[in-house]
Design a protein around this ligand. Structure first.
Ligand SMILES: NC(=O)c1ccc[n+]([C@@H]2O[C@H](COP(=O)([O-])OP(=O)(O)OC[C@H]3O[C@@H](n4cnc5c(N)ncnc54)[C@H](O)[C@@H]3O)[C@@H](O)[C@H]2O)c1
Length: 419
C-alpha cells in the first residue's frame, strides 16, 4: 500500500483494452441518425429486447403491462439462442432478430432493453446510442475488463444526448434526492466512511438452468456471437447457460450484487473516482471460477473510505451506513430496506429523521421513470455517468483481487493502473 517509487511508476501496468475498443469501432454501425423526435404523451415508443433469457422475462412482463396502458410497444426481440427468442416473440409479438445490430437498424425500435451477459452490455449499448436509440441496460454497466468501454459509453451517451438507464432498480426512489439535499446542506457533516454489503446463500450461477444439455452451436445457437470479444474457446454448454460462473463472462459478487447496494451511495454523494482500491475474497465454498466471498476497500481522495462486503454463505446482512463528522445516513441491507433513509445525528439532543421509501427493489418503477425520461429528456434515476463511476471501483476491486495488487485510478486517462 506504500507510495510508488519513480521506477515502479515507470513499470506501471496499464490495463488497456485497446484491442476490444478497436474491434468495437470496426463494427458496422446502423446508419440511423440520433432521433430528434419530440414524444407526445400519447406516443408509444417501440422497445427492442436484446437478450431474452431469465432477466428479460421480468422486463417483458413489465413492458407488456405498460403496453396495455398505452405507454409503449414491444416491437422486436433478439437472442443468439433460438428457443428463447421464439418464446419472447410469442409473448411480445415482436419481430425476431438473431443479431442485435439488425434489431438496431429496425426503425420501429426506439428504445432497447439490454439483458445479455455482462460483457455485451457496453458494446451493445454503445452501438445502440450511436444508432439513435435510448437504452435500458442491465447492470453491471460493463464486464470487469472493460473500463474504457464504460467511459466511452458515458461520453457517447452525453454527446448524442441519449437517455441511458442502468438497471439498478434499488435507486428507483425519490427518497434519495430528498436525502441528498439534506446531506448537501451539511446535516451529517462531511462523509468520511461508508460501509455496505450484499449477502445471500447459494451459488447463483449453478442455479442457472441448462434447458438443453445437448445444445450445440449451429442454426439454433450462435456461439461466436455469445463470445463476442471474450477469449475464443471451444463450445461448452455450462459456459453458455451458466456464464455467471466464469471470469470470461462475469465478475462474481462485485459486479453481480455489490453494484446494487453501491449505486445508491452515488445517488446521495457527489463521488468521483477512488484513488486506490484493494480487493479480497476467494472461492471458498462453491465449485466455480468467480469468488463466492468478496470484499473491496475503495479510498476516495480526501474521503470517504468505502468498505464493501459480500458472502454467498448466508443471508445475514449489514446495513449501508454513510458516516459523517456530525451524524450518519443509514439504509437497509441488500435484502431488507428498513423504514427509509434514516439520518442519525451525533448530537444526543438532536432527533433522528426518516425519509420513507416509496417501495423496494422496483424494476417497474425504474421502467416507468425510463419511459418518462425518454419523453421529457430528464435525467433518469440511474444515469450512465453514475454507472461509469460505480463501475470503476468494482472493476478495480476485481483486478486487485485477481492480480494481488493495489489498483489505482488515473482520473485523467480514466484508466486503471495496478501496482
Ligand atoms: N437488475 C437485476 O436485479 C438483475 C437480475 C438478474 C439479472 N440481471 C442482469 O441481466 C443480465 C442477464 O442475466 P440473465 O440472468 O437474464 O442471463 P441469461 O443467461 O438468462 O440471459 C441472457 C440471454 O442473452 C443471450 N445472449 C448471449 N449473448 C448474446 C448476444 N451477443 N446477443 C443477443 N443475445 C445474447 C443468451 O442466449 C441468453 O438468452 C446480466 O448481466 C445480469 O447481471 C440483473
Amino acid at each position: 500500500m506504500s507510495r510508488s517509487t519513480p521506477s515502479q511508476l515507470a513499470r506501471r501496468r496499464w490495463l488497456g483494452i485497446a484491442g476490444t475498443v478497436a474491434a468495437q469501432a470496426a463494427l458496422p454501425i446502423p446508419q440511423i441518425f440520433a432521433s430528434t423526435r419530440v414524444w407526445g404523451a400519447n406516443d408509444r415508443p417501440g422497445i427492442g429486447f436484446i437478450g431474452t433469457g431469465g432477466r428479460a422475462g421480468a422486463h417483458i412482463e413489465i413492458c407488456l403491462k405498460l403496453k396495455e396502458q398505452g405507454r409503449c410497444d414491444t416491437t422486436a426481440v433478439c437472442d443468439v439462442y433460438r428457443p428463447r427468442v421464439e418464446a419472447a416473440a410469442a409473448r411480445t409479438g415482436g419481430k425476431i432478430y438473431r443479431d442485435y445490430r439488425e434489431l438496431l437498424a429496425d426503425r420501429g425500435v426506439d428504445l432497447v432493453c439490454i439483458a445479455t451477459p455482462d460483457r455485451h452490455h457496453a458494446p451493445q449499448a454503445l452501438t445502440a446510442v450511436r444508432a439513435g436509440k435510448d437504452v435500458y441496460v442491465e447492470k453491471p454497466l460493463t464486464h470487469w475488463s472493460q473500463m474504457e468501454l464504460a467511459a466511452e459509453l458515458g461520453d457517447e451517451a452525453e454527446r448524442l444526448k441519449r437517455i441511458v438507464q442502468v438497471g439498478t432498480q434499488y435507486v428507483a426512489d425519490e427518497a434519495y434526492a430528498k436525502a441528498r439535499e439534506l446531506i448537501g446542506q451539511g446535516i451529517v457533516g462531511k462523509i468520511v466512511h461508508v460501509q455496505l454489503g450484499y449477502f445471500r446463500r447459494g451459488d447463483w450461477g449453478e442455479r442457472m438452468p441448462i434447458p438443453d444439455p445437448n445444445a450445440k452451436p449451429g442454426p439454433d445457437l450462435d456461439w461466436e456471437q455469445f463470445l463476442g470479444d471474450a477469449p475464443k474457446v471451444a463450445f461448452d454448454v455450462s459456459r453458455f447457460f451458466q456464464w455467471r460462473l466464469y471470469w470470461d463472462y462475469a465478475g462474481g459478487p462485485a459486479t453481480d450484487l455489490l453494484v446494487h447496494v453501491f449505486t445508491p451511495v452515488f445517488c446521495l454523494l457527489e463521488l468521483g473516482y477512488p484513488e486506490r482500491v484493494l480487493g479480497g475474497g476467494g472461492t471458498f465454498q462453491y465449485a466455480r471460477e468467480v469468488p463466492d466471498q468478496c470484499n473491496i476497500i475503495a479510498d476516495y481522495p480526501g474521503g470517504p473510505s468505502v468498505v464493501m462486503s459480500n458472502s454467498l454463505s448466508n443471508y445475514t446482512g449489514i446495513q449501508t451506513i454513510l458516516r459523517g463528522t456530525d451524524g450518519a445516513i443509514v439504509l437497509g441491507d441488500g435484502n431488507h430496506p428498513g423504514p427509509g433513509i434514516r439520518i442519525v445525528p451525533v448530537a444526543k439532543d438532536s432527533q433522528e429523521v426518516v425519509i420513507p421509501w416509496s417501495g423496494f427493489d422496483r424494476t417497474e418503477k425504474l421502467w416507468e421513470n425510463f419511459l418518462e425520461c425518454v419523453q421529457t429528456r430528464n435525467r433518469p434515476f440511474s444515469p450512465v455517468d453514475i454507472g461509469v463511476r460505480v463501475q470503476a471501483p468494482l472493476n478495480m476491486g476485481i483486478l486487485s483481487h485477481r492480480e494481488g495488487k493495489v489498483a489505482r485510478f488515473d482520473s485523467v486517462a480514466r484508466k486503471i493502473v495496478l501496482e
